[in-house]
Design a protein around this ligand. Structure first.
Ligand code: HAM
Length: 422
């Protein structure tokens, strides 16, 4: 019996991987323009890192983490998101001392044991960005503009919804108002009844139509913000207006991770079936300190690469086929050996070169060159080599020219390389 990949874990094969490379290259380019630096962090962390940051009573920590004991019995978890790991690394490496404001990004796989469906996997990939060391509202606006620009430069569109979740000063009053409201409703689902006691804010995220019908009349967090949070939120909106980033305010957006304070946001689309969020994020002003670091604020977001790839594929904006510079059609034993050496010499000079090592017919090798998308073919036979010559064929306009192969291989490889780029 063949061994198959795990449910919810997907290979990204040639033909698909080009879309991923396009997404990654576009995002990296934009992130560098905004002054972000890449950080690479481990996939495996101590479980308590996520319990302390994402929150013990969130769905992610309660039901979705890949957690298992290490051989020495300590509890490890495959990271379900990037923020906690990046902040752990920020603290552990003293990055706050190196620069007062750190703009960090990481790209890689995350793991959540969710029910797989279109756009929802158990191993998925995020481009995750964190700006640590400032709570200026312009930074929030700039970060959302950055996320929107990534989508725009990929040729995708999504709508931006924003909210403010307040701070430890004003959240308790809202929680109380929400609890009072929930206390007056008697047919909530089991999840909401449980959350009422553990994490009241999260009830607003319930998927049940019945619960949602009740929550339409629930109190709004935006009516409970303290003056500082209300001013911050107004300034964030002004920042978005200045940058001409369109948004709508959704006071019921609560997010599934507990670390958020003040600004939260989601980039939403209708084109992904049951999954609507292409990206999401928010501010986490107490988190670095909570994880044992300095009392510095921070904000970040992540976009899901599977979801971006699905959206791009739906658009049918086919990416250019990969092509190579040169195919060496080598004939006869001498041609095969010289071609083999030349192939390596030209690759070392920076060209993409392929050849067939089986001395097949010229017709067959020309077919292979066509399939590989070669721009040029160098025909190298025993006879040509004896005369220190070869034929270079331009596959686009079918023109052929003789090229001289005198001198040492480095020399004529260089000449040939010049020829290819004339
Ligand atoms: P999140 O909303 O849990 O936030 O995930 C961000 C994005 O990751 C989602 O919008 C979605 O595109 C993608 N995603 C999440 N789960 C899956 C899945 N099972 N399959 C495919 N894609 C998925 C965070 O993870 C936060 N760490 C974002 C953040 C960074 N907040 C501050 N900094």
């Amino acid at each position: 019996m063949t061994v198959k990949a795990l449910k919810g874990f997907k290979d990204i094969i040639p033909g698909e991987v080009e879309t991923w490379q396009f997404i990654e290259a576009t995002a990296r380019d934009i992130l560098h323009r905004f002054g972000c630096s890449e950080i690479k962090v481990p996939i495996l962390e101590k479980t308590k890192l996520f319990q302390r940051s994402i929150g013990e009573t969130t769905d992610i920590v309660e039901k979705e983490m890949y957690t298992f004991p290490d051989r020495n019995g300590s509890s490890l978890t495959m990271r379900p998101e990037g923020t906690a790991s990046v902040l752990r690394a920020y603290i552990e490496n003293g990055l706050h001392a190196a620069k007062p404001i750190q703009k960090l990004y990481t790209i890689g796989p995350m793991f959540r044991h969710e029910r797989p469906q279109m756009g929802r996997l158990r191993q998925f990939h995020q481009i995750s960005v964190e700006v640590v060391g400032t709570d200026l509202p312009k930074v929030d606006a700039e970060l959302m503009a950055m996320a929107a620009l990534i989508l725009e430069e990929l040729g995708l569109s999504a709508s931006l919804e924003i909210n403010s979740l307040g701070c430890p000063k004003c959240r308790p009053a809202f929680n109380k108002a929400l609890l009072d409201f929930i206390g007056g409703v008697d047919d909530l689902c089991e999840d909401c009844l449980r959350r009422r006691d553990t994490n009241p804010l999260r009830v607003l995220d319930c998927k049940s139509a019945n619960c949602q019908a009740h929550y339409k009349d629930a109190p709004s967090i935006l009516d409970h913000l303290c003056t500082d949070c209300a001013d911050h939120f107004s300034a964030v909106k002004k920042g978005l207006d200045l940058l001409k980033v369109a948004y709508t305010v959704n006071s019921f957006m609560v997010r599934g991770l507990d670390y958020y304070t003040r600004t939260t946001f989601e980039l939403l689309t209708n084109d992904l079936g049951a999954q609507s969020a292409v990206g999401a994020g928010g501010r986490y002003d107490g988190l670095v300190e909570q994880l044992g670091g300095p009392a510095v604020p921070g904000i970040g977001f992540a976009v899901g690469m599977e979801r971006l790839a699905l959206l791009l594929n739906q658009q049918d904006n086919t990416l250019p086929e990969p092509e190579i510079d040169l195919f060496i059609a080598a004939l006869g034993p001498l041609g095969q050996d010289e071609g083999f050496k030349m192939c390596h010499a030209l690759r070392a000079l920076g060209l993409s070169v392929a050849m067939d090592y089986q001395d097949r017919s010229l017709k067959n090798q020309m077919k292979q060159a066509g399939k590989a998308g070669a721009r040029f073919v160098l025909i190298l036979g025993d006879e040509e080599l004896k005369n220190k010559q070869a034929v270079l064929r331009n596959m686009e306009n079918h023109e052929q020219q003789e090229v001289a192969l005198g001198g040492d291989i480095k020399h004529w490889s260089l000449e040939l390389a010049d020829n290819l780029f004339d």
